[in-house]
Design a protein around this ligand. Sequence first.
Ligand code: AMP
Length: 190
Amino acid sequence: MNIVIFGPPGAGKGTQSNLIVKKYNLHQLSTGELLRKEVQDGTILGKEIDSIINSGNLVSDKVVGELIEKYLSNENFKNRLIFDGYPRNLTQAENLNNLLEKYDQRLNIVLKLNVNLNTIKERILARKSMEGRADDTEKLAVKRYMTYEKNIKPVIDFYKKTKLLKVVNGEASVAEISGEISGLINSIKG
Ligand code: AMP
């Protein structure tokens, strides 16, 4: 089973992906985390990525596309991936489809977490005090939300057409959201 989970910053993608990974023995592929790792490693690419992340914009489709291909091409993860934070625009959604086809895989479900801007601000500030992410300021949270809104509409339409899209109320508690997601996954597993 391959899953896509997306939503605005602070929607709980990471938290919910972690829970899904444990419950269904999948592998989490968080493009945000992979990019932050690149930054930590201090590579030339990492320095470029750092300034993009801290501007609240998206890193290039090519860079992120290469990161996800590494995982899709790895037999150990075949049909066991949860894409957390990818795709974020139509080009990425199309690229993901092409790569899935190339490696003889498919998506089984696409989860969209809905959360409003006020909740996002609250969650991001709470997370900042725990994780200390440089891009978790209120100003950048709003910018990242706007970047999300600007790019995501065609992605939603894309997955609506494939009938894979399921919308989840991301305002509820972690346990409630997780319960709803498990119900959706179990229903497609049959
Ligand atoms: P996240 O951890 O998902 O909140 O991502 C943090 C930041 O990493 C984003 O604000 C983007 O700058 C970058 N990023 C993460 N995933 C992607 C993606 N799929 N495409 C482009 N940039 C991304």
